[in-house]
Design a protein around this ligand. Structure first.
Ligand code: OOG
Ligand code: NI
Length: 455
């Protein structure tokens, strides 16, 4: 690698900021939301110095204000694999597989995101990317028509394609090329007020599923939301109406806890767009919305099983009439999930970063097992901090999709998750997110032990 190339972390940081500026212009409520989140985050930090210390220890304090995730939807396998190559220029790789068909949304998805500790600290920008499953359109003529319409569009500009290829060939981009890449790549995600189809085609696709119309009828995969991370989602949800934003009825995910786990999210409808169709007819389409999220500790397989089990249990209860009741019901069910860091660690329910306490040096055996780790923590030689969950949750994602697709929900598609087909279309395997957390935890422990051994 030539050192004259801009690092992929810098390109991602530049791109995510450019995307945020673009979305702020396109969707004014997003700007309002950013201001609200910033105020609530500042309050949360000043009221809870322990939280501020914990975030500073893991390097997250500096990333909080730039941290965003976006979401896009593509229509064809070639589009998905081309975007994989585009995101790779920014150090973002596909992590996780999400099947939304089970929730009545005809897509399956992954998240493009950075994976290393250092890259995550710099800017953890993620893009939840869904591929439409055309095979789930039951009407064969409509399915073929959708495919043909999609085949006519180019979602990435020729200049962006050339820069992706250059990056692949030389292993990086110069400053000028990186600037040009960011600008060209941004074009792919812009909103277009003109549809590529006539109004009648739009309505036929819309009738099949509103999401199908959203993917098929436009020039490209417009970014449909950009989500800042808050440190107190209940407070943001409470204050949203004061700034003229109406959130969806309930916060998705686990309840509020002393030790937050995984991810809590809520969204709101942002805009009804005026559209000019290919036959010059005028109409409306709603695609873009706003969302906020609060992130907690990543769970092990064991912790995730417990989460899924308790979530299913809470979902079997009568639907709560409002968020307060919903949260109270959830909190009741989630009493079965330990809520202190020590138990989460000892029972191997969650992942942690380990750090050596500065100035401490202790004699250690070659192999330190879990019991040995506990002894070092008790001795004050080792400390740990929760490792933040960087991914998404399929049940929550389905709730977000549905609340923004509006109208009637459809039943689940009978088709099942098909990760192998998704990976074939993507042109790469998706990374197992839980294996990643396990590796990072192990690496941090080994590094901390090496420091304690004085190496
Ligand atoms: C994606 C919805 C999922 C999330 O945060 O879970 C999502 C979409 O509507 O395209 O963004
Ligand atoms: Ni989202």
């Amino acid at each position: 690698m030539c050192s004259d190339y801009v690092s992929s972390d810098d390109i991602r940081d530049q791109f995510s900021k450019a995307m945020s500026a673009m979305y702020q212009q396109e969707v004014p409520q997003y700007g309002t939301l950013l201001s609200l989140v910033e105020v609530v985050n500042d309050d949360a930090l000043s009221q809870d110095p322990a939280l501020a210390d914990a975030l500073a220890a893991t390097g997250e304090l500096s990333r909080i204000n730039v941290e965003r995730h976006g979401a896009i939807r593509v229509g064809l396998p070639e589009e998905l694999s081309l975007l994989r190559r585009m995101f790779a220029v920014m150090g973002m790789v596909p992590v996780g597989y999400y099947d939304l068909a089970a929730a009545g949304v005809p897509v399956h998805s992954t998240a493009f995101r950075p994976v290393d500790d250092e890259a995550l600290k710099r800017n953890p920008f993620r893009v939840f990317t869904s591929l439409l499953r055309l095979e789930l359109i039951e009407n064969a003529a409509l399915r073929e028509q959708a495919r043909e319409i999609l085949q006519r569009r180019e979602i990435v500009t020729p200049q962006a394609v050339a820069l992706i290829e250059r990056c692949e060939q030389q292993g990086g981009l110069s400053t000028n090329d990186a600037d040009a890449f960011v600008e060209a790549a941004l074009t792919t995600f812009r909103w277009h007020h003109d549809a590529t189809v006539d109004v009648e085609t739009y309505h036929r696709l819309h009738k099949e599923h509103r999401l199908i119309a959203d993917v098929v009828c436009f020039h490209g995969p417009h970014i449909n939301h950009l989500t800042p991370r808050t440190l107190d989602i209940d407070e943001v949800q409470r204050r949203m109406p004061d700034v003229g934003i109406n959130p969806k009825a309930v916060i998705e995910g686990p309840p509020r806890r002393v030790c937050p786990i995984l991810l809590r999210q809520t969204s709101f409808k942002a805009l009804e767009e005026t559209i000019t169709f290919a036959d010059n007819a005028q109409g409306h389409h709603t695609a873009r919305f706003g969302e906020i999220e609060q992130r907690g500790v990543a769970l092990t397989h064991k912790g995730r099983e417990l989460y899924d089990h308790l979530l299913a249990e809470s979902r079997s209860l009568p639907v709560a009439p409002d968020n307060a009741t919903h949260q109270a019901q959830l909190a009741e069910v989630f009493q079965a999930f330990p809520d202190d860091a020590t138990t989460l660690r000892r029972e191997a329910l969650a992942f942690f970063h380990y750090y050596a306490v500065p100035g401490k040096q202790v004699a250690l055996p070659d192999n330190v097992d879990a019991a040995g780790v506990e002894v070092l923590i008790e001795q004050g030689a080792l400390v740990c901090q929760p490792m933040i969950y960087e991914d998404f949750l399929p049940v929550s994602a389905a709730g977000i999709f549905q609340s923004n697709l509006g109208e009637h929900q459809r039943d689940e598609y009978s088709s099942h998750a098909n990760q192998a087909q998704f990976e074939q279309h993507l042109g790469a395997a998706v990374i197992d997110e839980i294996a990643l957390y396990a590796q990072r935890q192990q690496a941090s422990l080994e590094q901390a032990l090496a420091v304690l051994r004085g190496r």
